[in-house]
Design a binder for this molecule. Structure first.
Ligand code: HSE
Length: 311
Protein backbone atom coordinates (compact mmCIF):
# COMPACT_ATOMS: atom_id res chain seq x y z
CA UNK A 1 0.00 0.00 0.00
CA UNK A 2 1.30 3.47 -0.85
CA UNK A 3 2.58 5.42 2.14
CA UNK A 4 0.37 8.35 3.05
CA UNK A 5 1.95 11.17 4.99
CA UNK A 6 1.33 14.66 6.32
CA UNK A 7 2.77 17.36 8.56
CA UNK A 8 0.65 18.85 11.32
CA UNK A 9 1.41 21.67 13.71
CA UNK A 10 -0.18 22.33 17.13
CA UNK A 11 0.60 25.17 19.49
CA UNK A 12 1.27 25.53 23.19
CA UNK A 13 -1.34 26.65 25.69
CA UNK A 14 -1.79 28.31 29.07
CA UNK A 15 -3.83 26.29 31.57
CA UNK A 16 -5.57 27.40 34.79
CA UNK A 17 -5.37 31.12 33.89
CA UNK A 18 -5.15 31.77 37.66
CA UNK A 19 -8.78 31.32 38.77
CA UNK A 20 -9.62 28.23 36.65
CA UNK A 21 -7.55 25.33 38.01
CA UNK A 22 -8.11 22.41 35.60
CA UNK A 23 -11.05 24.20 33.96
CA UNK A 24 -9.76 27.16 31.89
CA UNK A 25 -7.08 27.28 29.24
CA UNK A 26 -6.18 29.27 26.15
CA UNK A 27 -4.04 28.58 23.09
CA UNK A 28 -0.99 30.68 22.22
CA UNK A 29 0.44 31.23 18.73
CA UNK A 30 3.97 30.11 19.66
CA UNK A 31 5.87 27.98 20.48
CA UNK A 32 4.45 24.97 18.57
CA UNK A 33 5.19 21.30 17.85
CA UNK A 34 5.35 19.91 14.32
CA UNK A 35 4.61 16.24 13.68
CA UNK A 36 5.35 14.30 10.49
CA UNK A 37 3.06 11.27 10.39
CA UNK A 38 3.34 8.45 7.84
CA UNK A 39 1.33 5.26 7.44
CA UNK A 40 3.34 2.02 7.57
CA UNK A 41 2.64 -1.55 6.52
CA UNK A 42 3.05 -3.13 9.96
CA UNK A 43 0.87 -2.32 12.99
CA UNK A 44 2.11 -0.20 15.91
CA UNK A 45 3.24 3.37 16.40
CA UNK A 46 6.97 4.14 16.04
CA UNK A 47 8.12 7.50 17.32
CA UNK A 48 11.25 9.56 16.77
CA UNK A 49 11.90 12.97 18.32
CA UNK A 50 13.98 16.08 17.74
CA UNK A 51 13.98 19.70 18.91
CA UNK A 52 13.58 21.29 22.34
CA UNK A 53 14.68 18.89 25.13
CA UNK A 54 13.58 15.98 22.93
CA UNK A 55 16.03 13.64 24.67
CA UNK A 56 13.96 13.92 27.89
CA UNK A 57 10.80 12.53 26.24
CA UNK A 58 10.11 8.78 26.04
CA UNK A 59 9.81 7.44 22.48
CA UNK A 60 7.92 4.23 23.37
CA UNK A 61 4.39 4.87 22.08
CA UNK A 62 2.53 3.92 25.26
CA UNK A 63 4.67 6.30 27.36
CA UNK A 64 4.66 9.12 24.84
CA UNK A 65 1.74 11.59 24.89
CA UNK A 66 1.35 11.61 21.09
CA UNK A 67 1.82 7.83 20.88
CA UNK A 68 -0.67 7.10 23.65
CA UNK A 69 -3.23 9.45 22.09
CA UNK A 70 -2.88 7.67 18.72
CA UNK A 71 -3.15 4.22 20.35
CA UNK A 72 -6.32 5.33 22.18
CA UNK A 73 -7.84 6.62 18.92
CA UNK A 74 -6.95 3.46 16.93
CA UNK A 75 -8.25 1.24 19.74
CA UNK A 76 -11.60 3.05 19.83
CA UNK A 77 -11.99 2.53 16.06
CA UNK A 78 -10.75 -1.08 16.17
CA UNK A 79 -8.10 -0.27 13.54
CA UNK A 80 -4.59 -1.77 13.50
CA UNK A 81 -3.08 0.60 10.92
CA UNK A 82 0.51 1.41 11.89
CA UNK A 83 2.16 4.86 11.86
CA UNK A 84 5.65 6.33 11.90
CA UNK A 85 5.60 9.62 13.78
CA UNK A 86 8.37 12.18 13.98
CA UNK A 87 7.87 14.85 16.64
CA UNK A 88 9.78 18.12 16.25
CA UNK A 89 9.42 19.68 19.70
CA UNK A 90 8.96 23.44 19.65
CA UNK A 91 7.16 23.57 23.01
CA UNK A 92 9.72 22.65 25.69
CA UNK A 93 8.58 19.76 27.91
CA UNK A 94 7.88 20.42 31.62
CA UNK A 95 7.57 24.13 30.87
CA UNK A 96 3.95 24.81 31.82
CA UNK A 97 3.19 25.69 28.19
CA UNK A 98 1.15 22.60 27.29
CA UNK A 99 4.01 20.69 25.65
CA UNK A 100 2.47 17.22 25.96
CA UNK A 101 -0.93 18.56 24.85
CA UNK A 102 0.58 20.14 21.71
CA UNK A 103 2.06 16.78 20.64
CA UNK A 104 -1.12 14.86 21.52
CA UNK A 105 -3.41 17.35 19.73
CA UNK A 106 -1.29 17.32 16.56
CA UNK A 107 -1.12 13.50 16.69
CA UNK A 108 -4.87 12.87 16.87
CA UNK A 109 -5.69 15.50 14.23
CA UNK A 110 -3.01 14.13 11.88
CA UNK A 111 -3.90 10.46 12.28
CA UNK A 112 -7.62 11.19 11.96
CA UNK A 113 -6.91 13.02 8.69
CA UNK A 114 -4.81 10.13 7.32
CA UNK A 115 -7.66 7.74 8.18
CA UNK A 116 -10.15 9.87 6.20
CA UNK A 117 -11.56 11.79 9.21
CA UNK A 118 -13.74 9.08 10.84
CA UNK A 119 -13.98 11.22 14.01
CA UNK A 120 -15.17 14.79 14.50
CA UNK A 121 -12.79 17.27 16.18
CA UNK A 122 -14.81 17.08 19.45
CA UNK A 123 -14.47 13.28 19.40
CA UNK A 124 -10.67 13.55 19.33
CA UNK A 125 -10.58 15.22 22.75
CA UNK A 126 -10.82 12.06 24.89
CA UNK A 127 -7.95 10.51 22.95
CA UNK A 128 -5.85 13.64 23.39
CA UNK A 129 -6.66 13.51 27.11
CA UNK A 130 -5.52 9.87 27.27
CA UNK A 131 -2.19 11.05 25.82
CA UNK A 132 -1.96 13.99 28.21
CA UNK A 133 -2.55 11.67 31.20
CA UNK A 134 0.72 9.84 30.40
CA UNK A 135 2.64 13.00 31.32
CA UNK A 136 0.61 14.32 34.24
CA UNK A 137 -0.61 11.06 35.78
CA UNK A 138 -4.21 12.35 35.76
CA UNK A 139 -6.84 13.41 33.25
CA UNK A 140 -7.10 17.15 32.76
CA UNK A 141 -8.22 18.95 29.62
CA UNK A 142 -7.23 22.57 30.15
CA UNK A 143 -4.22 22.27 27.80
CA UNK A 144 -5.44 19.68 25.31
CA UNK A 145 -8.85 21.33 24.71
CA UNK A 146 -7.37 24.73 23.76
CA UNK A 147 -4.66 22.98 21.70
CA UNK A 148 -7.41 21.13 19.79
CA UNK A 149 -10.04 23.82 19.45
CA UNK A 150 -8.07 27.07 19.76
CA UNK A 151 -9.29 30.14 21.67
CA UNK A 152 -10.19 30.26 25.37
CA UNK A 153 -11.86 27.09 26.64
CA UNK A 154 -13.91 26.39 29.76
CA UNK A 155 -14.18 22.79 30.92
CA UNK A 156 -17.49 23.07 32.77
CA UNK A 157 -17.55 19.36 33.62
CA UNK A 158 -15.28 16.32 33.27
CA UNK A 159 -17.98 13.70 33.79
CA UNK A 160 -19.71 14.06 31.47
CA UNK A 161 -17.26 16.12 29.44
CA UNK A 162 -18.73 19.56 28.78
CA UNK A 163 -16.41 21.92 26.90
CA UNK A 164 -17.34 25.52 26.15
CA UNK A 165 -15.62 28.00 23.85
CA UNK A 166 -15.45 31.41 25.58
CA UNK A 167 -15.34 34.70 23.67
CA UNK A 168 -11.92 36.25 23.06
CA UNK A 169 -12.12 40.03 23.46
CA UNK A 170 -10.44 42.07 20.75
CA UNK A 171 -7.15 43.51 22.00
CA UNK A 172 -6.54 40.71 24.50
CA UNK A 173 -2.88 39.66 24.25
CA UNK A 174 -0.88 37.02 26.05
CA UNK A 175 2.69 36.96 27.30
CA UNK A 176 4.35 33.80 28.54
CA UNK A 177 7.80 33.87 30.08
CA UNK A 178 9.67 30.62 30.48
CA UNK A 179 12.59 30.51 32.94
CA UNK A 180 15.42 28.12 32.26
CA UNK A 181 14.45 25.18 34.50
CA UNK A 182 11.78 22.50 34.47
CA UNK A 183 8.86 21.48 36.67
CA UNK A 184 7.26 18.12 36.05
CA UNK A 185 3.44 18.39 35.96
CA UNK A 186 3.11 15.07 37.78
CA UNK A 187 5.21 16.45 40.69
CA UNK A 188 3.38 19.79 40.68
CA UNK A 189 0.05 17.96 40.97
CA UNK A 190 1.27 15.89 43.90
CA UNK A 191 1.71 19.00 46.06
CA UNK A 192 -1.83 20.28 45.40
CA UNK A 193 -4.04 20.19 48.51
CA UNK A 194 -6.66 17.44 48.65
CA UNK A 195 -9.06 19.82 50.38
CA UNK A 196 -9.50 23.59 50.31
CA UNK A 197 -11.32 25.71 52.89
CA UNK A 198 -14.90 26.58 51.97
CA UNK A 199 -13.98 30.29 52.08
CA UNK A 200 -11.30 29.75 49.40
CA UNK A 201 -13.65 27.63 47.28
CA UNK A 202 -16.28 30.40 47.39
CA UNK A 203 -13.71 33.06 46.47
CA UNK A 204 -12.30 30.94 43.61
CA UNK A 205 -15.83 30.27 42.26
CA UNK A 206 -16.57 33.99 42.36
CA UNK A 207 -13.35 34.79 40.51
CA UNK A 208 -13.97 32.14 37.85
CA UNK A 209 -17.47 33.48 37.25
CA UNK A 210 -16.04 37.02 37.17
CA UNK A 211 -13.40 35.99 34.65
CA UNK A 212 -15.90 34.42 32.25
CA UNK A 213 -18.22 37.45 32.65
CA UNK A 214 -15.24 39.70 31.93
CA UNK A 215 -14.52 37.80 28.70
CA UNK A 216 -18.15 38.10 27.60
CA UNK A 217 -18.15 41.83 28.22
CA UNK A 218 -14.54 42.58 27.24
CA UNK A 219 -14.22 44.06 30.74
CA UNK A 220 -10.44 44.00 31.27
CA UNK A 221 -10.69 45.50 34.73
CA UNK A 222 -12.98 42.67 35.86
CA UNK A 223 -10.65 40.12 34.22
CA UNK A 224 -7.77 41.53 36.24
CA UNK A 225 -9.72 41.54 39.54
CA UNK A 226 -10.71 37.93 38.90
CA UNK A 227 -7.22 36.61 38.13
CA UNK A 228 -6.53 35.38 41.64
CA UNK A 229 -5.63 31.77 42.42
CA UNK A 230 -6.25 30.37 45.88
CA UNK A 231 -5.76 26.73 44.91
CA UNK A 232 -2.45 26.22 43.05
CA UNK A 233 -0.49 29.46 43.39
CA UNK A 234 -0.06 29.31 47.20
CA UNK A 235 1.75 25.95 46.96
CA UNK A 236 3.34 26.16 43.52
CA UNK A 237 4.77 29.70 43.75
CA UNK A 238 7.41 28.25 46.09
CA UNK A 239 8.76 26.18 43.18
CA UNK A 240 9.57 29.29 41.11
CA UNK A 241 12.43 31.49 42.42
CA UNK A 242 11.39 35.15 42.49
CA UNK A 243 7.80 34.34 41.50
CA UNK A 244 6.16 37.27 43.30
CA UNK A 245 8.77 39.74 42.01
CA UNK A 246 8.23 38.62 38.41
CA UNK A 247 4.46 38.84 38.90
CA UNK A 248 4.83 42.36 40.33
CA UNK A 249 7.10 43.38 37.42
CA UNK A 250 4.38 42.32 34.96
CA UNK A 251 1.73 44.35 36.80
CA UNK A 252 4.03 47.39 37.06
CA UNK A 253 4.52 47.13 33.28
CA UNK A 254 0.75 47.33 32.79
CA UNK A 255 -0.48 43.73 32.65
CA UNK A 256 -4.16 43.03 33.36
CA UNK A 257 -3.15 40.05 35.49
CA UNK A 258 -0.37 37.50 35.82
CA UNK A 259 -0.01 33.99 37.25
CA UNK A 260 1.59 30.57 36.84
CA UNK A 261 1.07 29.07 33.39
CA UNK A 262 -0.31 25.56 33.99
CA UNK A 263 1.94 23.83 36.49
CA UNK A 264 4.89 26.17 35.72
CA UNK A 265 7.64 27.15 35.69
CA UNK A 266 6.41 29.53 32.94
CA UNK A 267 4.39 32.55 34.02
CA UNK A 268 1.69 34.07 31.85
CA UNK A 269 0.25 37.58 31.76
CA UNK A 270 -2.67 39.12 29.90
CA UNK A 271 -2.52 42.63 28.44
CA UNK A 272 -4.83 44.97 26.55
CA UNK A 273 -2.50 45.64 23.60
CA UNK A 274 0.24 43.92 21.63
CA UNK A 275 2.71 46.64 22.58
CA UNK A 276 1.96 46.18 26.28
CA UNK A 277 2.25 42.37 26.00
CA UNK A 278 5.80 42.83 24.64
CA UNK A 279 6.68 45.40 27.32
CA UNK A 280 5.34 43.06 30.03
CA UNK A 281 7.50 40.24 28.64
CA UNK A 282 10.64 42.39 28.78
CA UNK A 283 9.86 43.40 32.39
CA UNK A 284 9.30 39.77 33.44
CA UNK A 285 12.52 38.57 31.79
CA UNK A 286 14.34 41.40 33.63
CA UNK A 287 12.82 40.35 36.96
CA UNK A 288 13.85 36.71 36.44
CA UNK A 289 17.35 37.95 35.62
CA UNK A 290 17.51 39.61 39.06
CA UNK A 291 17.00 36.10 40.43
CA UNK A 292 19.83 34.85 38.20
CA UNK A 293 17.46 32.98 35.93
CA UNK A 294 17.55 33.30 32.16
CA UNK A 295 14.12 33.23 30.57
CA UNK A 296 12.42 33.52 27.19
CA UNK A 297 9.31 35.62 26.51
CA UNK A 298 6.68 34.83 23.88
CA UNK A 299 3.91 37.34 23.27
CA UNK A 300 0.98 36.78 20.93
CA UNK A 301 -2.73 37.17 20.49
CA UNK A 302 -4.89 34.29 21.70
CA UNK A 303 -4.48 31.58 19.03
CA UNK A 304 -7.92 30.77 17.62
CA UNK A 305 -7.07 27.84 15.33
CA UNK A 306 -7.10 24.05 15.61
CA UNK A 307 -3.91 22.14 14.68
CA UNK A 308 -3.00 22.95 11.10
CA UNK A 309 -2.26 20.32 8.50
CA UNK A 310 0.56 21.67 6.39
CA UNK A 311 0.97 19.11 3.57
N1 HSE B 1 -4.36 22.17 35.20
C1 HSE B 1 -3.11 21.47 35.10
C2 HSE B 1 -2.35 21.66 36.40
C3 HSE B 1 -2.32 22.03 33.95
O1 HSE B 1 -2.28 22.80 36.86
O2 HSE B 1 -1.85 20.68 36.96
C4 HSE B 1 -0.97 21.39 33.78
O3 HSE B 1 -0.28 22.08 32.73
Amino acid sequence: MAVKSLKVCATGSVANVSCGFDCIGYAIAKPADTLTIKTKDSPGVDITLSGSKADTIPAAAKYNTAGKAILSLLNSLGIDQGFNVHIEKGVPPSSGLGSSAASAAAAVVGVNELLGNPLKLEELLVHGMAGEAVASGEFHADNIAPALFGGIILIRSYDPLDILQLPVPENLFSTVVLPDFVINTRDARKIMPNRVPLKSAVEQAGNLAGFTHGLHNADFNLLGRSMVDLFAEPVRAELIPGYHLVQKASMDAGAIGCGISGSGPALFALSDSEEKAKKVGIAMVGAFKKNELNSTAYSSSIHKKSPEIMD
